[in-house]
Design a protein around this ligand. Structure first.
Ligand SMILES: Cc1cc2nc3c(=O)[nH]c(=O)nc-3n(C[C@H](O)[C@H](O)[C@H](O)COP(=O)(O)OP(=O)(O)OC[C@H]3O[C@@H](n4cnc5c(N)ncnc54)[C@H](O)[C@@H]3O)c2cc1C
Length: 403
């Protein structure tokens, strides 16, 4: 049997930063990690480049049922404070698009290597292949059953993340431990995830990537609009604009809302500009098939879909007139796609929901229910936009536990 002052469940972003901060303050820390190696999500993040944070931290980029909690946690912890920590472990950060920050090496593995080195330097003990299966508290002591025996400690940090991406260690276990100890769980849904559609035309467009403006409708009402690339796939739709909308779709599908996307396939052309362009191209005597005529403008795979959706009867160029052009333009700029589901936790980068933050002290991240029990990172009911905001919350909440 092992006894430690501080145990951390999870060697992910929040667990590692907290371990280093606590160890630097002279505490004896043991980190338990179920995976064979530490920081698996960090390693794959940002397509292997690790979008470690964002230069512009604003409360609007975070989502929770308790925004006041997020505001308090982030108070005094903007990007500069996070950069200071990473500088202290030897990592130089550079700025990409939209304030996104990356290690200068553009290699996520360098982030994990430096975190691991720093943790060991300050005497943090990290036990991989060690899954925590049960937690109990006897008096002031937490007793953890693990796949490597029983561990005991006085202070326990649960930094076990969310169920997103189980292949990288995503797990529900932290929620089970927390709820058993009296905490409340706010329902979790997959987010930053691709969307599924049963519409047959989407399969036909599989592989086509276009810049788009996507509008989400729920039960016919406009909810949200996002700009960015979209990619048609054999299951539905992916791409950055879709990931950015997915949080809203996921939570709405869970309450049985009817979700539909409207896609503008030529967002750089206003309706007027596109009308003029198309009208000016019409050659009145031409027998060029409509599908060929549109090839100069749209991706081949999209053309017959657009023609079918527009319900135009026109077959050749010379039959085109303003009315028929309007039908085509409406279809190009407002093609509708009903959404049947998300691709689920397996494909999601993050999960919404988590432990109710009303039960957590935002200064120290300590439970208001169980003394000396702490939470950090994605296990809490806080999630962020794409762009480094999820890591930002994980780093900040982990740092707070170590103070
Ligand atoms: C593919 C992908 C790309 C991403 N890219 C970015 C990005 O570029 N920028 C960004 O800001 N965010 C990104 N994210 C999100 C980001 O990785 C997470 O928000 C962040 O890692 C959460 O940190 P965490 O410490 O809460 O949890 P995690 O990093 O998930 O760490 C939790 C750890 O706990 C371990 N664990 C769980 N249960 C147990 C148990 N019972 N016993 C022992 N160990 C356990 C897990 O194995 C895991 O290692 C990405 C996520 C994914 C999946």
């Amino acid at each position: 049997m092992n006894r430690h002052n501080n145990i951390i469940i999870g060697a992910g972003a929040s667990g590692l930063i907290s371990a280093i901060t606590q160890a630097r303050a002279g505490k004896k820390v043991l980190v338990l990690e179920q995976n064979h190696k530490i920081g698996k999500k960090i390693l794959v993040s940002g397509n292997g480049q690790c979008n470690i944070g964002n230069k512009v931290i604003h409360i609007s980029r975070f989502h929770s049922q308790n925004p006041a909690f997020v505001e308090k946690v982030l108070q005094g912890y903007g990007f500069k404070e996070i950069e200071k920590f990473f500088t202290s472990i030897g990592l130089v950060l550079i700025e990409g698009k939209e304030g996104k920050m990356f290690p200068m090496s553009l290699q996520a593995s360098t982030v994990v290597a430096l975190l691991e080195y720093e943790a060991h330097k300050y005497g943090v003990e990290i036990l991989c292949d060690c899954t925590v299966t049960h937690i109990s508290k006897e008096g002031k002591t937490f007793s953890l059953q693990t796949t490597q025996g029983i561990k005991r400690c006085e202070q326990l940090l649960i930094a076990s993340g969310s169920p997103a991406s189980p292949q990288l260690g995503g797990s529900n276990s932290g929620y089970a431990f927390a709820t058993k100890m009296g905490h409340t769980l706010i329902p979790r849904h997959p987010a930053l995830v691709q969307l599924c559609s049963d519409e047959h035309w989407v399969k036909e467009a599989s592989g086509v990537k276009v810049a788009s403006v996507v509008t989400l409708y729920a039960n016919g009402q406009t909810i949200l609009e996002k700009k960015g690339d979209i990619l048609f796939t054999n299951y539905g739709i992916s791409g950055l604009a879709i990931l950015d909308l997915s949080r809203e779709v996921s939570t709405r599908l869970a309450t049985f809302d009817y979700c539909e996307l409207s896609l503008d396939l030529l967002p750089t052309f206003s309706k007027e500009k596109l009308t003029n362009l198309l009208l000016n191209r019409i050659q009145k005597q031409s027998n060029k098939p409509l599908s060929l005529w549109l090839q100069g403008i749209l991706h081949k795979k999209l053309i017959h879909i657009i023609i079918a959706q527009s319900k135009t009867k026109v077959k050749v160029e010379k039959e085109l007139n303003r009315k028929e052009i309007n039908k085509l333009i409406h279809s190009i700029k407002n093609i509708k796609l009903s959404i049947s589901d998300t691709r689920g936790f397996k494909s999601a980068e993050i999960a919404t929901g988590g432990i109710d933050t009303k039960e957590i002290d935002p200064q120290t991240m300590e439970s208001k229910i169980v003394p000396n029990l702490y939470f950090a990172g994605e296990i809490l009911d806080v999630d962020g936009d794409r762009g480094g905001f999820n890591f930002h919350f994980a780093w900040v909440s982990g740092l707070r536990v170590g103070l």
